[in-house]
Design a protein. Structure first.
Length: 190
């Protein structure tokens, strides 16, 4: 299992989509799915079963009619909105993650993910760990458990606590800053 403080974006996975896209190596839908997993904190099935009419660009949200936790709204940041706006659409295919078969969704991200892992050299990372990158990044900015829980739709406190050890880093940064400010200054002797 991946440690919660592993930032996949820093392990090469953030660069991977651009390079794979430029080389036309991977399906644009597979690359989009990986990006959205990181940027939204959604579960894999929530991304893979997303239909175009679930996207509310005006409200910058995904309106999912069904998920592990029931009907839900996923708020979108600017990067996720831009990727969705730029996504290739296939006429008469309602799915956002599409295959080459007419009217069919992309239904398996594992072959793509195996190639990503080989390309980056990150061997023990599961697709599900992409959503944990969002949580780790949010914790590093000082966000607390209530926000992390909402971002990931976690309902159990125990699930949120996997990120508790990351809270020490923002606390240390503040303590260093305040400590430097409050430290007695050396007296100048004339």
């Amino acid at each position: 299992m991946l440690e919660a403080d592993c930032f996949l974006w820093d392990d090469g996975i953030g660069e991977m989509p651009r390079e794979m896209e430029a080389e036309c190596v991977e399906s644009p839908s597979a690359v989009l799915a990986a990006r959205l997993l990181i940027l939204t904190g959604c579960r894999l099935d929530e991304i893979m079963t997303q239909q175009s009419d679930y996207i509310d660009f005006d409200e910058r949200a995904l309106r999912l009619p069904d998920s592990k936790t029931g009907k839900k709204i996923v708020h979108l940041g600017t990067p996720a909105v831009e990727y969705l706006q730029d996504a290739r659409r296939i006429d008469s295919n309602p799915w956002v993650m599409t295959r080459t078969l007419p009217g069919k969704p992309l239904n398996d991200l594992q072959p793509f993910w195996q190639r990503v892992r080989a390309w980056t050299g990150v061997k023990k990372v599961r697709i599900h760990d992409l959503r944990h990158t969002l949580a780790s990044a949010a914790v590093s900015t000082g966000q607390g458990f209530p926000m992390i829980g909402k971002l990931l739709s976690h309902t159990q406190v125990r699930t949120k606590q996997r990120y508790a050890h990351l809270l020490a880093n923002p606390f240390r940064a503040v303590l260093e800053l305040v400590g430097d400010m409050l430290r007695p200054k050396p007296m100048l002797v004339a």
